[in-house]
Design a protein around this ligand. Structure first.
Ligand SMILES: [Zn+2]
Ligand SMILES: [Zn+2]
Length: 221
């Protein structure tokens, strides 16, 4: 898989471009302040982006969507439960004192039954609320290839940390359930590409994430 990543601006949010090495079909996950860099990567690599996929609609994950849509003309995918956050993207930016272009309308809501494909790869969508009501984890696998998926987990799980739950729509119990029941259902060797910071693996977080260990220790039984 061809993987381009960049983080920019005050939020240092990771944007990801995933491309099929055989067909050059590609997706762009969470266009934000790094959009110019990754549009450059897409052009350099000769990729054709067929989907703009959002892990959730906090402003740092959508601040580049308007520009990405103009340049790529690809449909925008979001979980239905983040529609109101999305509608308020420019207002979210204003709360941080940042001017953000309101993104154009969402084209499609995710359907967890439907896999999204780009070339030889497919993306399965898993609803992981708690940090945002419409948060999703995007699990990417190659057709016919063995091995664990690559997980694009948004802001739910980070290397050594978890997403904040003090923003509108956040809920600690819901987040921990998504992390321990949805994300930890993946094999240990699955690489996790988070919304912020370096990549990690499910196994490493299962063994050593202090927030997860604390949650599990506090649970009866
Ligand atoms: Zn977020
Ligand atoms: Zn974020």
């Amino acid at each position: 898989m061809i993987l381009g990543t960049a983080a920019e601006g005050p939020f240092q949010k990771n944007g990801y471009v995933l491309g099929c090495e055989r067909t050059s079909a590609a997706v762009y996950i969470d266009p934000g302040d790094e959009v110019e860099q990754l549009l450059g990567f897409i052009a350099e690599q000769g990729l054709r982006v067929s989907h703009i996929l959002l892990t959730h609609a906090h402003v740092d994950h959508v601040s580049g969507v308007a520009e990405a849509k103009r340049r790529l003309q690809a449909p925008i995918y979001l979980h239905q439960e983040d529609q109101s956050l999305y509608d308020n993207a420019a207002r979210q930016g204003a709360m941080f004192g940042i001017q953000v272009e309101q993104p154009p309308p969402v084209d499609r809501y995710y359907d967890e039954q439907d896999a999204i494909t780009f070339g030889d790869y497919q993306v399965a969508v898993h609803h992981t609320p708690g940090h945002a009501p419409g948060g999703v984890c995007l699990a990417v696998t190659k057709h016919g290839a063995a091995g664990a998926p690559a997980l694009f987990a948004g802001d739910n799980l980070f290397a050594g940390s978890i997403g904040r739950t003090d923003l509108p729509g956040g809920d600690y119990e819901v987040l921990m359930k998504a992390v321990t029941e949805v994300l930890f259902a993946f094999p240990d060797e699955s690489i996790v590409y988070s919304g912020h910071g370096p990549e990690t693996t499910i196994g490493r977080e299962r063994r050593s994430n202090p927030f997860v260990l604390e949650y599990l220790a506090a649970r009866p039984g």
